[in-house]
Design a protein around this ligand. Structure first.
Ligand code: GLC
Length: 557
């Protein structure tokens, strides 16, 4: 079937189902809750949803630990609810991509329950088992899991270790076993045949492990033996050939630690693997190697260089544009912006800066109303398993309390997972019962109802931004990207030019007024102001005096 590349014109909204909308007041979001908010999404202007996992799961990692790939987690609803949601989305011109989590399953998946029983169980080879080392039966190697704990768990019954790159309740699948790829193809067909429009492929570049299982001292320990591993491209090509190529669907791979060359191998159309990937380079503008626990001071030039690298360097494929998701803390208050008195200006600025680059925009739920980080102080307020393993690691390393007290609230994923703020009622209109994770106290003034009423709200700005995005599609999709002042520490200014028309996007990343002199080649052009977060009295100035977190999008002819 021809792939129409519809994703190049998509504006994708990510729903984290636990926190989006609770229809039955059990404190947990659900599918009927999502259905009740589809008109809101339609009005916002998005045309595709990425739904984080709704599969049946013990929820150790909020659904990224799947126990049944072809059923729904009962508190979220059932397959009929899912089909109704899909139908209702399609009726509104909204496509749906699902999360595909096939690097690992839950330890409560029937495959793992069988695999654990004995070494000769037919499911044993669905997972990765190794003998302990030496007399002390030590772990097979030094690999460290992404949640900060050793990646091997000892199983007493069979006296072997199994590999888990995430929580110990998320055993890694053994892709060397040809049955795994067949299982994955069949579950993908199940959802595609039902009508879903594609997949966001969770940690997909970790599926192929170097079979030598060697230790490595490079941080993160072991990563060089499983990130973009030896058979990754072979597996993805086979899935594409046997499944994806039969549908007009899209894939976006979650691929941390990926270079431009890796990206070419993953997404060059003639290689028939994935359509697009997420790279995380810009998220390391305030940390080391994209590892959020390794905080460093934000640098705007570093951020601009990461964006430029992909804007200019990705010549074969298509980019993804995001500044928030369920694993990153909220963008407002991050990247040197202000989540207090200049929250509105900052949020509008960040969205404008990001989405007029080339690629498909992803908006994370709540970003469109400028939801802020929870920064929970007390460990008991957290729900995320990662927080607890990281806390244990930092404590074991004897890091100062002051460091830990800063690092946890700063890096925690729960920051972005607090319930969606629909109104100012006790539980923010998300639920009538106490939600699974505390609602942010600022729901009294940061909520959808308020935002709808205020013509200057972030929500109304996002609606306009999406509208402008649709109108300027040709330049956005085809225009050249030029950074005008890459080393400037406060201003991010870039142009997109196609057929003698230019979009000029200028943003002030500082809390102070900042001057910016337009380059000569942009003067004397007819200017139209398409988006702005402060009033602009004279659009023809040569030297702009940009207010704190001011952003402007011009069209020049
Ligand atoms: C991805 C998901 C994250 C999850 C992990 C393991 O990074 O985005 O939420 O914990 O994979 O599945």
């Amino acid at each position: 079937m021809k792939n129409t590349k519809w994703y190049e014109n998509a504006i994708i909204y990510q729903i984290y189902p636990r926190s989006f909308m609770d229809s039955n007041n059990d404190g947990l979001g659900d599918i009927p809750g999502i259905i009740s908010k589809l008109d809101y999404l339609k009005e916002l202007g998005v045309n595709c949803v990425w739904l984080s996992p709704v599969y049946d799961s013990p929820q150790q990692d909020n659904g990224y630990d799947i126990k049944n790939y072809v059923d729904i987690y009962p508190p979220f609803g059932n397959l009929d609810d899912f089909k109704l949601m899909l139908d209702e989305m399609h009726k509104r011109g909204i496509r749906l991509i699902m999360d595909l989590v096939v690097n690992h399953t839950s330890d409560e998946h029937k495959w793992f329950i069988e695999a654990k029983k004995s070494k000769d169980n037919p499911y044993r080879d669905y997972y990765i088992w190794k003998k302990g080392k030496g007399k002390k039966n030590k772990r097979p190697n030094n690999w460290l899991g992404f949640f900060g704990a050793p990646a091997w768990e000892y199983d007493k019954t069979t006296d072997e270790y199994y590999l888990h790159l995430f929580d110990k309740k998320q055993p890694d699948l053994n892709w060397e076993n040809p049955k795994i790829i067949e299982e994955v193809k069949s579950l993908m067909k199940f959802w595609l045949d039902m009508g879903v429009d594609g997949f966001r492929c969770d940690v997909i570049n970790l599926i192929s492990k170097d079979q030598r299982f060697k230790s490595s001292l490079q941080i993160p320990a072991g990563a060089k033996y499983y990130v973009n591993g030896p058979r990754l491209h072979e597996f993805l090509h086979e899935i594409n050939k046997d499944v994806l190529s039969n549908y007009d669907c899209m894939t976006v791979g979650e691929t941390a630690f990926t270079t431009l060359e890796d990206a070419r191998l993953l997404t060059a159309p003639e290689r028939q693997e994935l359509n697009t990937i997420f790279n995380f380079d810009h998220t390391s503008s305030d940390n080391f190697m994209g590892i959020k626990w390794l905080y460093r001071k934000f640098s705007l030039p570093r951020m601009k260089k990461s964006f430029k690298k992909w804007q200019v360097g990705n010549i074969w494929g298509w980019n993804t544009l995001f500044i928030e998701n369920h694993d990153q803390r909220r963008c407002v208050g991050r990247f040197n912006t202000n989540d207090k008195e200049l929250r509105v200006e900052s949020s509008k600025m960040l969205g404008t800066m990001c989405y007029f680059q080339k690629g498909t925009p992803y908006i994370y739920q709540g970003q469109e109303i400028g939801m802020t980080n929870a920064y929970f102080k007390d460990l008991n307020q957290y729900q995320d398993t990662e927080v607890f393993t990281i806390h244990k690691l930092l404590t074991k390393l004897h890091l100062p309390k002051k460091f830990i007290d800063f690092t946890i609230p700063n890096g925690a994923r729960d920051n972005a997972r607090t319930p969606m703020q629909w109104d100012d009622s006790e539980y923010a209109g998300f639920s009538k019962s106490k939600p699974w994770l505390s609602v942010n106290e600022n729901k009294s003034y940061i909520n959808v109802e308020e935002a709808k009423k205020d013509p200057n709200s972030i929500l109304n700005y996002y609606k306009k931004l999406i509208q402008v995005h649709k109108e300027q599609k040709e330049i956005i999709n085809k225009g050249d990207y030029v950074d005008l002042c890459i080393n400037h520490k406060k201003i991010y200014a870039y142009t997109r030019t196609y057929n003698n028309e230019t979009l000029l996007c200028i943003s002030n990343f500082s809390n102070k007024e900042t001057k910016y002199k337009l380059p000569k080649h942009l003067l004397n052009k007819e200017k139209e102001l398409l988006l702005n977060n402060y009033e602009v009295s004279n659009i023809n100035e040569e030297t702009l005096i940009l207010k704190p977190y001011e952003t402007r999008l011009y069209k020049l002819k």
